[in-house]
Design a protein. Structure first.
Ligand code: UDP
Length: 244
């Protein structure tokens, strides 16, 4: 197996499916099944989920809500999504799922304590890491890299909907666009490719955490990645390489 411990970053939109916001049961069950299959392969799984299907802090600014307040609302949205996924994972047969939150909400989730989270992963629990960093002014891209590093994940699996990797140009517009097999952190930053927030890519670069971008709608993509198959695009150190 190429990876034994992974951190999956899902956008809140993954829970909304075809809808522009909220939840869609089909989409939620798809997430649960994909995660459980991966876990049953013997891969230890942590998950950071965003909150964009409910609320993003940047939206609040336009409404006149102070950014720090709006971001707190966004973080609480990620707690709701994490609890939703705990429910779906459990009802789909996962027997030990934990939600750990950076904002204390003790009656519904455990506080995030790094060594305890590692202990849960060692014991085979699926661990949902909610409320981002617990601090405003970032999105969940940054805490997905942060938690991956803290929990000693070997890879950050960055799940996308509607694209299967990073291309030389927009494949919807240019038929000759080609997909990268690997792309360096520097290329992602210099070309300002909006695959993740730049601060998150920089943190990954400084700590040599590779990020695998893939299409979450494609069945079993995460299993294929963990087995070592060439799926999606790997952001890492070194030379850029295109698929033949
Ligand atoms: N957020 C925050 N600090 C964090 C993580 C998230 O303030 O450490 C807030 C921020 O407002 C963000 C929102 O939570 O917009 C929801 O997360 P995100 O936008 O990453 O959701 P996604 O786009 O992945 O669904």
């Amino acid at each position: 197996m190429r990876y034994n411990r992974v951190l999956i970053k899902l956008s809140g939109g993954a829970l909304a499916g075809e809808r522009t916001w909220g939840f869609e049961p089909i989409a939620i069950n798809h997430i649960a099944k994909e995660v459980i299959e991966l876990h049953r392969m013997g891969v230890e799984v942590g998950i950071v989920v965003g909150g964009g299907n409910i609320f993003r802090g940047e939206l609040g600014e336009g409404w006149g809500i102070e950014r720090a307040e709006a971001d707190n609302i966004g973080m609480v949205a990620t707690v709701i999504n994490s609890m939703m996924l705990r429910g779906a994972l459990t009802s789909n047969g996962a027997d030990n799922v934990r939600v750990m939150t950076a904002i204390p909400i003790n009656s519904v989730a455990e506080p995030y304590i790094r060594l305890r989270a590692i202990h849960h992963l060692d014991r085979g629990c699926i661990v949902l890491l909610a409320a981002g960093t617990g601090n405003p002014y970032v999105t969940t891209d940054y805490p997905s890299v942060l938690r991956a590093l803290e929990l000693r994940a070997q890879i950050l699996l960055s799940a996308k909907n509607g694209t299967d990797g990073i291309y030389t140009s927009d494949p919807q517009i240019n038929t000759d666009a080609r997909r990268y097999k690997t792309i360096s952190y520097d290329t992602v930053i210099q070309k300002n490719l909006r695959v993740m927030d730049q601060t998150a890519v920089l943190l990954a670069k400084e700590n040599s955490l590779s990020i695998h971008v893939f299409d979450f709608d494609a069945p079993s993509a995460m299993q294929q990645i963990c087995r070592g198959e060439d799926v999606g695009t790997l952001i890492t150190q070194g030379q850029d390489e295109l698929f033949a």
